[in-house]
Design a protein around this ligand. Sequence first.
Ligand SMILES: [Zn+2]
Length: 393
Amino acid sequence: MVRAVVVGDLRVQEIRRGDGRRSWTIVWPEGTVHPEAGRFLRRHEGSGTQRTYAYLLVDHLRWLERECLTFDAVRLSDLERYMGILGAEVAGPFGEPWRIGKRPYGQAALTTTAACLKGFYLHQAAHGVNGELGAALDRGRLPSRAVRRRAFLGHVTASMPANPLAPAGPHRRHPKMLPDRARERLLAEVTSARDRLVVTWLADGGLRIGELCGLHLVDLHLRENAACGQCRAPHVHVCHRPGNPNRAEAKTKHPWRVEDGTVVGGLVKRVSPAMVHTYFDYLTSEYPTSQAGQGMLLVQLHGPNAGQPWAPVAARRMLARAGRRAGLGVIRPHAFRHSFTSAVLDASDGNLLIARDAGGWASTAMVDEIYGHVDVHDPAFDAALRAVWGEGR
Ligand SMILES: [Zn+2]
């Protein structure tokens, strides 16, 4: 199926809507919308992506024309060749006429182009065109363990399936880890039992700051064999509650409920002996006896709102101040999470499933659907956590 060859170039057309919004599509020289491109770009209506994709896609469509390639004939190797040309520092001996005057794409532009092309051809495949290419793009690739590990800690893989067109190389930033001995040095700086709890729970629990500040006392099952029956060891249930008075919200939205006064479900996370210890220390010394805390774990200790639930922003400030006093620079809560996960990976010999479930990460991307979840009583899981908590057995 060969489209009538059109002389002249396809171009990006900006459309101004009556309400002031703008959108972008691709048109033939005489002004009619390129049907496949138009259909694909409409999926990105109202997003900044639409304009970017329009400009990336028009380049690609021009190249297809010069190569006399129709959509149903394009193969993965053609797309790889195309990506190679975009990123080439030097044009070939005869140059690429359609690229004259254009600089090679950088890593970011290549990554975006890869996403755009994959999206475009998957969209085509969904409409019955070139299913073979769609399948080849969808299959993804199994990256090396080192790459998986880095990607996992950078937590980008969950939302970004492998794309065979994506450029290789270190385009993800390495996660920011805690400085050496940060936990000990912070614990030496903080002055309240609550703040010792925060440092210890972030370090040993790998909790997000929103999860920690969002905990209610009823979510804490710190004794063995809790009534929920979900985990024999001490644990907490991270429950998504959009209405918390301190606006702390768990990012993960695992379903949970209260059964006979016991919280069941949510994200179950194991708790270390040190976490249990700091909890009782805090509860017996500083926690308000009034109902001011509204049943939430972390409360303000001073000022006019003493006893009220403590907001994540205040917890961040506390950590930042303690970090500066300890000479560690500004400590961000998420660094605890990265260090925790990295330590679990080390202790579990790089077991991504254990790391995911210990940290409550959403996914290890590819392995996720295949292998499911780790049993929280799996000896390897238990051993990894104990190693991280400094409790050899
Ligand atoms: Zn429980």
